[in-house]
Design a protein. Structure first.
Length: 135
């Protein structure tokens, strides 16, 4: 009976998944190389997948909960594909109503460099909490 009552109050949303592929020219690094007399263009490549699932509630306090997961990869120079960034973001959105939400994300970014390709740094990683209002 309690499970039936709970299932009546929770409306399952849809699974949202986005997949992105990136390829382009880095104008800043290409400019630096041209100043140094190197005529090569610097191209980058990357991919990202983001997935989220929103649970909707008929409740006066909360209208929804949404876990979010992002996985990403970017190589800032296609000539050095083993020098890259890997990203894992785990987040959670708490919806107070249609226009107000509290968001918290933990973003792990692992990077390496040309001098030390086997060791990764997490200096660019961060955590953020935000209160967002839209109108």
């Amino acid at each position: 009976e309690v499970a039936e009552e709970m299932s009546e109050k929770i409306k399952f949303g849809k699974l949202n998944t986005d997949l992105e592929f990136l390829y382009g020219l880095d104008p800043v690094e290409t400019g630096y190389r041209k100043i140094a007399g190197i005529e090569d263009d610097v191209n980058f490549i990357g991919a990202k997948i983001q997935t989220a699932y929103k649970f909707k509630f008929d409740n006066e306090i909360l209208t929804g909960l949404e876990p979010v997961l992002i996985l990403g990869y970017i190589a800032p120079d296609t000539e050095f594909m083993d020098v890259n960034k890997l990203e894992l973001l785990i987040g959670f959105n708490v919806y107070i109503d249609e226009y107000i939400r509290f968001m918290i994300n933990g973003d792990l970014i692992l990077t390496n460099n040309k001098l030390n390709k086997s060791e990764r740094s997490y200096n660019e990683s961060n955590a953020i909490a935000q209160f967002q209002v839209s109108w």
